[in-house]
Design a protein around this ligand. Structure first.
Ligand code: 5GP
Ligand code: MG
Length: 179
């Protein structure tokens, strides 16, 4: 089974659920009365985003963007393109960008630059995982689920070659799987 491909489980299903619930409560307070536009970065954010918005108690709207895929984890191309744009205009809106993991920061830096040109009222970043050791751009998330070590993690939307996204926990993949 897929669990045999894990070197370790970093955060269990219960720990992930509890953390996302707490993030939702925080966002409920922070966005009270503002009708935020919650923007998911496909595909990695979809499971986190689904859980997150269901724990937010104030009205919101949803949209999605996609960025160019990362290729294999070890060799980042360094260039990121927006491949799917928002359906809605964001001028004057409070935008919350939701992503699975903030790693080198290239993806979110590119998306933030693009979206800021459209003059949102505010633009904040919410990530399930933060891997600060790998950062190459100056970017920090406003909301972070867990800070993780420099290891390749999967589950809760994060994949390896499109697999393991459905795992309900965050696991460290055995290096033998991706080497
Ligand atoms: P960035 O390096 O631009 O911050 O992150 C780009 C993308 O790399 C993330 O959205 C995610 O898809 C992928 N990524 C980075 N670190 C990991 C990791 O540890 N596991 C998985 N599955 N994907 C990762
Ligand atoms: Mg991704």
């Amino acid at each position: 089974m897929m669990e045999e491909d894990m070197k370790a489980i970093l955060y269990t299903k219960e720990e992930v659920a509890a953390r996302i619930q707490a993030m939702g409560e925080q966002l409920t307070r922070d966005y009270q009365g503002e009708l935020p536009l919650v923007v998911g970065v496909l595909r990695g954010s979809f499971i986190f985003m689904a859980d997150l918005v269901r724990s937010i108690q104030t009205p919101l709207e949803l949209d999605f963007v996609a960025a160019s895929s990362y290729g294999s984890w070890a060799v980042s191309t360094g260039t990121v393109e927006m491949r799917l744009d928002l359906e809605k205009e964001i001028i004057g809106r409070h935008v919350l960008l939701v992503e699975d993991i903030l790693d080198t920061g290239r993806t979110l830096s590119k998306l933030v630059t693009e979206l800021k040109k459209r003059h949102p009222a505010s633009l904040k970043l919410c990530v399930l995982l933060d891997k600060p050791e790998r950062r190459v751009t100056e970017i920090e998330a406003d909301y972070v689920g867990f800070t993780v070590p420099d290891e390749f993690v999967v589950g809760c939307g994060l994949d390896f070659n499109q697999k393991y996204r459905q795992l309900p926990y965050i696991g460290i993949l055995k290096p033998s799987i991706y080497q």
